[in-house]
Design a protein around this ligand. Structure first.
Ligand SMILES: [Zn+2]
Ligand SMILES: [Zn+2]
Length: 279
């Protein structure tokens, strides 16, 4: 919340177009830390990666100041398990828009994530430590921004970027379950929202994601830009990702009913222990 308040300093800082560049770069780093690191990799195991890449993705996710990897993953897995029911931590369908967006952060005892639902992650001591020290990567990045760009670097570069990523992530929980189209009847409110699709680097194709939650690719149609998936492909190019899970072919637009299901999407229970992916 403090980073939101820090934006009050913006009128006192002389604007420079360089700050726009800062925001674009920083929102990519913190944003991909959330969409690829916390979401597609740690929560859904949609691809495999070396243990050091897993750690770096988790560190990048922490820079977004949305708490630690275990906390984030635990609540997101609960969201998928109980989507838009009273057990969903942040359903706008059940609790209204304000609750689904940020209100849920204040209404529940959210400090201790359920260890069972993240048992595949707690076996890595570095992730458990990162969970305790989740603010450190963000503080270090903020300090680096201040060292490089003074107050402008800190406020525009780090604080504004963090707030933008924060709001877009939480808009996927709220707007992404209320407004947009539903390509698939998933039995809950998830939507493909065009604006969020682009702003959230692919995570806004949320109805697609709920239909095939273990798929690394969220944008199913050619016009559903998915920068996070492009980044995963980039990681794969450098040998830092493999075993990338794709949506079943019959779910893709234009597929016929007889289209083959290969490669299949694993439909494991959230939190299920998966094969050791560390190399
Ligand atoms: Zn959802
Ligand atoms: Zn998800």
């Amino acid at each position: 919340m403090a980073v939101h308040l820090a934006l009050c300093a913006i009128p006192f800082i002389e604007f420079s177009w360089w700050y726009v560049v800062w925001v674009i770069v920083l929102t990519r780093i913190t944003g991909l830390g959330i969409t690829v690191g916390f979401h597609r990799y740690l929560t859904h195991r949609s691809f495999k990666a070396p243990r050091w890449v897993q750690f770096l993705l988790a560190v990048a996710g922490c820079t977004a100041l949305q708490k630690g990897p275990l906390w984030w993953v635990a609540h997101h897995r609960l969201h998928h398990k109980h989507s838009d029911t009273e057990h969903d931590p942040h359903s706008p369908v059940v609790g209204g828009f304000v609750h689904g967006h940020m209100g849920w952060l204040f209404t529940q005892d959210l400090m201790e994530p359920d260890a069972q639902i993240v048992r595949d992650l707690t076996k890595y001591p570095e992730l458990v430590w990162l969970e305790r020290l989740w603010m450190v990567p963000g503080i270090l990045m903020a300090a680096a921004c201040f060292a490089l760009g003074g107050w402008g670097g800190l406020i525009y570069g780090y604080c504004l970027s963090t707030v933008l990523v924060f709001q877009v992530t939480f808009a996927v929980n709220s707007i992404g379950h209320l407004w947009g189209s539903q390509r698939f009847d998933t039995g809950e409110g998830s939507r493909n929202n065009v604006l969020l699709g682009y702003l959230a680097m692919g995570d806004g194709w949320h109805n697609n994601h709920h239909r095939a939650q273990h798929s690394a690719k969220h944008g199913f149609a050619w016009y559903e830009l998915d920068m996070s998936f492009a980044f995963i492909k980039l990681l794969a190019l450098f040998g830092m990702a493999w075993g990338i899970k794709m949506p079943p072919a019959h779910l893709l637009p234009g597929a016929t009913a007889s289209a083959p299901d290969a490669p299949p999407v694993e439909e494991a229970e959230p939190g299920a222990v998966v094969a050791d992916h560390s190399a």
